[in-house]
Design a protein around this ligand. Structure first.
Ligand SMILES: C[S@@+](CC[C@H](N)C(=O)[O-])C[C@H]1O[C@@H](n2cnc3c(N)ncnc32)[C@H](O)[C@@H]1O
Length: 205
């Protein structure tokens, strides 16, 4: 499949029909999700591999991983409404084999080859990203993650402390719904740090 075709497919997915600001619910734009998924595909981290999508929301990474041939996909999401959106997207795309875990990332257990996560920015709850990083390093061999770009040093340091090796780092910028009260506009531009992390350690286990 061509990247553009995947992007068009992801573009057609349902988003959050009942978004909740306190959970920092916004979707990764289809072109950026397709970019990250294709990097994973080209590096051999997707086809025939087991995947976890932490904080899946409506499932842009879960559905993308399914379409690109992951052997199993676990979507982990705390919010029941977002799970309903995910199930609708699974039905529409024929990705009904995705295993859905409705609960906090802290409670998910298992081991996978590859983790995808666009973690909460931490705007509503400080360090809301930490349980995601810790869970990803507990369960995954390779991690593809989007973080708040302003937390770059902290995030890289934390992955490295846990035995992660950063193999790819970059930046994306996209608009998200306002999550701070003092923003007048409905949507604001935010910079995201993208990381691919290879898990080389055993420090959390
Ligand atoms: C920034 S959104 C990303 C959604 C989706 N992965 C995407 O990239 O389009 C973060 C998601 O994490 C979920 N979430 C927040 N805290 C969580 C937690 N502790 N456990 C599981 N999911 C959580 C939110 O409900 C939201 O769906």
């Amino acid at each position: 499949m061509k990247k553009k075709k995947l992007e068009i497919m992801l573009q057609s997915l349902s988003g959050f029909t009942r978004p909740k600001a306190h959970l920092e619910q916004y979707t990764t734009p289809a072109n950026i999700a397709a970019d990250i998924l294709f990097l994973a595909y080209n590096l051999g981290d997707l086809e025939g591999k087991s995947v976890a999508d932490l904080g899946s929301g409506p499932g842009v990474f879960s559905i993308g991983a399914c379409i690109l041939g992951a052997s199993e996909v676990h979507a982990v999401e705390i919010d029941g409404d977002a799970i309903m959106d995910l199930r609708e997207n699974m039905r529409r795309t024929g990705c009904e084999s995705i295993r859905v875990f409705n609960g906090p990332v802290e409670r998910f257990s298992g081991k996978v080859d590859t983790v995808f996560q666009n973690v909460p920015f931490g705007a509503q709850r400080r360090h809301a990203d930490v349980p995601f990083m810790e869970k990803a390093m507990e369960i995954g061999r390779v991690i593809y993650a989007l973080h708040n770009a302003s937390t770059r040093e902290f995030v890289i340091g934390r992955y490295e402390e846990m035995g992660g090796r950063i193999t790819h780092a970059g930046e994306y910028e996209f608009q998200i719904p306002k999550i701070y009260e003092f923003h007048r506009k409905e949507r604001v531009w935010r910079k995201f740090l993208f990381l691919r992390v290879e898990n080389q350690g055993d420090k959390l286990k």
